[in-house]
Structures are given as C-alpha cells and as structure tokens.
Design a binder for this molecule. Structure first.
Ligand code: NAP
Length: 500
C-alpha cells in the first residue's frame, strides 16, 4: 500500500519580468475560505523589500520599449485580455468567491465589469489624443499630448480583487506605463488570476509585474522607491491618508479612493417597493463589503414605519451562507478581523440606543460555525451623529435615520466625512435636481441603488473618500499621464509681441 503523503498547499507566486517566482522569504500567511475554515486556499509567502525592488527594476527596464509601442498595439492586448477573461469567467469567479466570500453571482458580475473595463480601455488606445489650441501668434501651432509617467504602482483592497486591479492596470498600461501590482494579501490567489489573463493576452515581460506581500513592506517600498512615479491606491482611510502624505514628501502623484458611508434618501412620494428592494440590495449585497454599499437610509417620518417594516421583512428572507452554494443571497465577512469589526459595531449600535429591528448577531450552528457569518442587521431611530451613523462598518448593517422632510434628509445625508455614493427615491423632479445639486458625493443615483458603476463612467468620491483623480471612464487616463503643451512656430522669424 502506498504511503500517505502530505498534500502540498498551493503557494501564491509573484510575477516579475515575465516569470512566476516564489519569494525567498520564510514568512507566510495561510489563506482560508471565509465561508469554511476547513478549506485552505493556499499559502501566501510575503515578499521582501529586495524582491519588490527587483520588480521595480524589471518594470523600469521594460518601460522604454512599452512607451514606444504604438497605443493601438497596446490596446489590442487589452482587447485580447477581455476575450480571455470572458473565456475564464467561471474559473476566476470561483476563486474570487472562495477567497473573498461573495456569492458566485456577485463574483461573475465583478468579472463581467472587469471585462467591460478591458473592452473600454482597449478603445481608449485609439482616443489617446490631446487638443489643438489657438495661438496668439501668427503661424504658430499649439497642441497638447499625453505621455506616460514611467513605472507606476497599483495597490488594491480585497473587496473587488478582480475589478479594482483591472480598472487601475488597464488605463495604466494603455497609456504606456509599466506597472507593479500589489494585491491585498488575503486575495493574492485571485490577484494571480488577473495577472494570468494579462500574461496570456501577450503583455511583454516586465511591463506588468505583481508582488505579493504585506502592505507595510511591499507597499511601503513601492511608496518610497524613487523609480515609482505614481501610486494608485484603493483601500481604507487610515492607510490611504498616510500614503497620500508619504507621497507628497517626494512630490509623487498619488490617487486615493477610500471609505464610504453611503446614504439613500427616501421621501414621501417614493415608489416604496422600489426603494425597499434597492436599499436591500445596496445594504446587504456583497455582505455590505462594497465601498458603495448603502449603510444609511435617511427616511422621512411620514413613510418611515412602512419602509422599515417592509425592509425588515425582506432582510429576514435573505439566505446567508457559503457564496458558492446555489440560492445563497449573502456570504460571510472576508476574514476574522473584518468579522470582529462588524460584531463590535453591532454592540456599539445597541449601546448607542438605536432600535434593533432585525439581525444583530453572528450566525451559529452547523456550517455557520466554520465561517464569518452575521445576520443582515437593521437599526432604526439611529442618531445622525452616533458612531453607527458616522463610521464605515463594511458589513451587513444598515442604519435608519428618521427626518422630518427633504431639507433635513439632505442635511443628514451630507453629515459625514465621506463622499462616495448616494441615492434618492422620489418622483418629484424638483427634489431630484435639488438633490443632485447639493449632495456631497462623487457618484449619485436617482431611483437606483448606491452601488454599481460602468466602465465608461467616472468613478470616485469627494470629501474624505477620495483625493486626486477619478477612475474609469476616459478621465482614468489623466492620472496615468503627464500633459505636455507644445508650441510650434513656423514663421522662421524672431518672435514679435507675446513677450510675457
Ligand atoms: P487597506 O487595509 O487600506 O488595504 C488596502 C491595500 O493597501 C492592501 O493591498 C494593503 O496590503 C495595502 N497596504 C496596507 N498598508 C500599507 C502601507 N503601509 N503602504 C502601502 N500599502 C499598504 O484596505 P482594505 O481593508 O483592503 O479594503 C477595504 C477598504 O477599501 C474600505 O475602507 C473600503 O471602503 C475601501 N474601498 C474603497 C473603494 C473606492 O473606490 N472608494 C473601493 C473599494 C474599497 P495588505 O493587504 O498586505 O495589508
């Protein structure tokens, strides 16, 4: 009888200079499925600073040839990546669900959005133009061009481990930069799938590199390396704010997309059924772990009882479980730390005196004991300045804030440090446009959930959520390029006039 051999666990690898390599470091973390702690996804070796520098060197070496590759040729590689990702949709969605916990339907949706971004950015290759501008002087031709920056780094969170890397990497590449991608450590295996797609599409060696490792070492090295010309970061306010200050010291371009506390406003004339279903989707979809998740519902008193009762009835129907199982509506929190945060906020909400309408606890018993599962939770009569109304929880917890009228609703909706997304439910055209004018968010919706976004539409927040440039849409290129103004004088004579 053959001796039993220990099955080796998969190891996350780095991708540097076109080769998959393992870190030489002995430090590693194990990644387990958040829905089932018995399921080990693999081991993530944590790269060293030296290995990070080697990746930057590879990207630096690859830059001149990639910069000189015509944009349209660069775009064709992205178009091919879109096709490959389409073919691999189910494989990528499966690892995403296993590593991050969202349902398979949500994972497929995320992959679809990434395909759309690749498709759109492939087209941007043909639109990478500048402007021609009138010149004060005779026989002078003035125009602008967009040029790549050089080596850029993309530092990404775990909650959209396919879409966010893609919506940073695609514009960076199409604009002619070479890239170092650092995925969140806990979603490194999904990050590898993203790289595999670009590799299969024919991105030349060194043009796109991935370093797997901790933020405090790999991320920090990328922030401080003089050859890294820009960092595009998405993640928490705590880290993003520190990185922004760090980058400013060496005048590096830093783009930060951070937290949210997104409100829906529901007024008297709202379509109640629509408002209830959309709020449910926005609050509990992806376990509330979307940056655009609905975490506050600001509802006018006259309809608040009906809204809360109907919403609670629907929340109680949601099936919580392993996102890979058919029929499950909501998966687990991503890891122990996020789970702990959610459970702490449930206690904070209770202590702050909010009315617990439904949920409020972790789920236990059977397979729930092996994962990070919480009940979809609604707190009512939440005070606008209380912690659960102000702080990002990043879990399936909705705070209902009751207000007298539209004016008070707008005030409460704006009364947070964040400014990512918002939504209003009304059929009153005056309220619609007043809300659009005065709501302090980078994205706003009318009669649709706070969540979602499309490849061709700019994405990002104001106030405490975002600094720098918007992502996605044609404006995504702005962060990854330097604008050069050009004057061509074809008089052949010494300049007369315009001597300032
Ligand atoms: P995070 O803890 O801030 O981590 C984000 C990334 O930064 C990870 O790759 C992390 O690496 C890295 N990092 C950590 N410390 C670093 C350092 N000192 N230097 C450089 N990099 C460092 O955020 P998260 O928990 O992954 O993501 C959740 C947050 O992202 C939420 O606040 C959410 O709202 C926000 N988010 C915002 C948007 C948006 O568009 N506004 C979209 C999605 C998510 P490690 O994984 O190794 O720690």
């Amino acid at each position: 009888m053959a001796a039993l051999t220990e099955v080796a666990l998969p190891k996350a690898k780095m991708f540097v200079g076109g080769a998959w390599i393992e870190t030489s470091s002995t430090r590693s973390v194990e990644r387990r499925n958040p829905a089932n702690s018995d399921d080990i996804v693999g081991v993530v070796g944590l790269a060293t600073r030296e290995e990070t520098r080697a990746a930057v060197d590879a990207a630096k070496k690859a830059f001149p040839a990639w910069r000189d590759t015509p944009p349209v040729a660069r775009g064709k590689i992205l178009a091919k990546a879109a096709l490959i990702l389409t073919e691999r949709m189910h494989e990528v969605a499966a690892i995403l669900t296993r590593e991050e916990g969202k349902t398979l339907a949500e994972s497929r949706g995320e992959v679809m959005r990434s395909i759309n971004v690749l498709d759109y950015m492939a087209g941007e290759a043909k639109r990478l133009g500048g402007e021609t501008l009138p010149c004060e002087l005779p026989k002078n031709f003035a125009y602008t061009i967009k040029q790549p920056l050089g080596v850029v780094a993309c530092i990404t969170p775990w909650n959209f481990p396919v879409a966010i890397p893609v919506w940073k990497i695609a514009p960076a590449l199409v604009a002619g930069n070479t890239v170092i991608f650092k995925p969140a450590t806990i979603t490194s295996f999904t990050g590898m799938k993203v790289i595999e797609v670009f590799e299969a599409a024919g991105v030349p060696p060194g043009v796109l590199n991935m370093v797997v490792g901790s933020g405090s070492e790999v991320g920090d090295e990328l922030m401080n390396h003089p050859s890294v010309k820009a960092v595009s970061f998405t993640g928490s306010n705590e880290i993003g704010t520190a990185l922004y200050a760090q980058g400013a010291k060496r005048l590096m371009k830093v783009q930060c997309e951070m937290g949210g506390k997104n409100p829906v406003v529901v007024v008297e004339d709202a379509d109640m059924a629509l408002a209830v279903e959309s709020t449910l989707q926005g609050a509990f979809g992806s376990t509330g772990q979307r940056c655009t998740a609905t975490s506050r519902a600001v509802v006018v008193d006259a309809i608040a009882d009906e809204f809360v009762n109907r919403l609670a009835a629907r929340a109680k129907q949601l099936k919580v479980g392993d996102g890979a199982v058919a029929g499950v509506d909501m998966g687990p929190s991503v890891d122990q730390s996020q789970f702990k945060t959610v459970l702490e906020y449930l206690e904070i909400g209770k202590k702050e005196g909010a009315t617990l309408v439904c949920g409020g606890s972790r789920l236990t018993g059977g397979s729930y004991d092996k994962g990070f599962f919480t009940e979809p939770t609604i707190f009512d009569h939440v005070k606008p300045n209380s912690r659960i109304a102000q702080e990002e929880i990043f879990g399936p917890v909705l705070s209902i804030i009751r207000v007298k009228n539209f004016e008070e609703a707008l005030e409460a909706a704006n009364n947070v440090v964040y400014g990512l997304s918002s939504s209003i439910y009304t059929n009153d055209v005056s309220k619609v446009f007043d809300f659009i004018d005065r709501i302090e968010t980078g994205i706003t919706h009318v009669n649709s959930p706070t969540t979602g976004g499309e490849a061709q539409i700019p994405f990002g927040g104001t106030k405490g959520t975002g600094v720098g440039y918007r992502e996605q849409g044609s404006v995504a290129i702005d962060f990854f390029t330097e604008l050069k103004a050009v004057y061509v004088d074809y008089t052949g004579k010494k300049r007369e006039g315009n001597l300032y």
